[in-house]
Design a protein around this ligand. Structure first.
Ligand code: TPP
Length: 361
């Protein structure tokens, strides 16, 4: 690969960025704890399959910090569990969805696992079809143009999704109309088992940007600040009416594609290379270097994250499954929202992990 893998992480320039790094780390630990719990529940046959963000997580969290939570529109894909937590979704909401509970706030258990959505956080409900949500994001951006508001739409997707026709259609339309949308690729060099060079004959999706009439930037997706800054620039550009951008974040996929496959299509060397790019030890080292994490503090944070994941998973497990009599709920307009969803909506966007930081909005 290119020098991206070995570049030294960006240094924080101000107190807000230092505080941000620390918060990203806390969300990262929560995401890892939630993911571990998911994996156990899946192996026990209680939860359906799990797709982990491990390796993508820092890029997801850092990019989430660059948008206006509850204002901008979010178009995630199935691997974006850490993104969801960074935007203020709770582990309970994620577990309730994947465990098929009646109170699943995403869809009342009508969606596949980890197909997160949230009207209050303006997270769109997406399909399992990869890249199908990119035109939706462009549609949301077009709506902002028509309505004259300053919302930016951001779509997260993988390198495999970049091969789909929908990606071309979305980028082409966004470029023609210079819409306020950011295309954030979590490029892990593999789509289930198909490698990067069979998805695109170029080093980075960012290279396609100018051809669609937009800038494209490639960034080391394990470098939290670099991802935050690249996404901020793209979001600020869109908000200022200067049009769309592509951010291609180079990330490792540390686990198998999902808990349903055994990763046998990768060599032990390829798996070891992905593990070696784990952003967690890298971020920990940065925090220690900048004095943002006391030695020994991590164990405490980890324990708290695991306790929270366990408690919220147990609470989801204890909540009822949907009653068969309500199978046709929401087939027609007019059905009231689920009380859990109504409660969450009434509470508003709640408190997010970065809300109290002095970040530019
Ligand atoms: C249109 C379509 N084709 C194929 C699939 C099957 N499929 C599910 S995930 C996936 C790989 C996607 O890879 P990528 O976009 O790189 O994301 P990653 O899982 O690597 O994060 C494929 C091919 C699908 N869901 N939709």
């Amino acid at each position: 690969m290119t020098s991206l893998d070995t570049e030294k992480p960006a240094a924080p320039v101000n107190a807000a960025e230092r505080a941000l790094l620390r918060r990203i780390y806390e969300v990262l630990l929560l995401s890892r704890a939630v993911e571990e719990r998911f994996w156990v529940l899946s192996r026990q046959g209680v939860a359906s399959f799990v797709l982990t963000p491990r390796g993508h997580d820092v890029a997801q969290i850092a990019s989430a910090a660059a948008i206006r939570r509850g204002h901008d529109s979010v178009w995630p894909y199935y691997r974006d569990m850490a993104l969801a937590l960074a935007l203020g979704l709770t582990p309970f909401e994620l577990f309730a969805g994947s465990l098929g509970r009646d109170c699943d706030p995403h869809s009342g258990s009508r969606q596949l696992t980890l197909h997160i959505s949230s009207p209050r956080l303006r997270i769109g409900s997406v399909s399992s079809e990869i890249a199908a949500h990119l035109p939706h994001a462009v549609g949301a951006a077009y709506a902002s143009r028509v309505l004259g508001d300053d919302r930016v739409a951001v779509a997260w997707f993988g390198d495999g999704a970049s091969s789909e026709g929908a990606t071309h259609e979305a980028m082409n339309l966004a470029g023609i109309h210079q819409l306020p949308v950011v295309f954030f690729c979590e490029n892990n060099d593999i789509a289930i088992s198909v490698p990067h060079h069979l998805q695109m004959p170029i080093a980075s999706l960012a290279e396609r940007g100018p051809a669609y009439g937009m800038p494209g930037v490639r960034v080391d997706g394990t470098d939290a600040l670099a991802v935050y800054r690249a996404t901020r620039t793209a979001v600020a550009r869109a908000r200022a009416g200067l049009g769309p951008s592509i951010v291609d974040a180079h990330v490792p996929r540390i686990t198998s594609h999902s808990s349903q496959d055994d990763d046998q299509y990768r060599t032990p060397q390829e798996k070891a290379a992905a593990e070696a790019r784990d952003p967690l030890p890298k971020l920990r080292a940065e925090l220690l270097e900048f004095g943002l994490l006391a030695p020994g503090e991590e164990a405490q944070l980890q324990q708290a994250a695991r306790a929270r994941a366990l408690e919220e998973a147990d609470r989801a497990l204890a909540s009822p499954e949907p009653a068969p009599a309500r199978a046709r709920r929401w087939l027609y307009a007019g059905d009231p929202p689920h009380p859990e969803l109504a409660r969450l909506e009434a509470e508003g966007i709640g408190v997010g992990p970065f809300d109290d930081l002095d970040l530019p909005s």
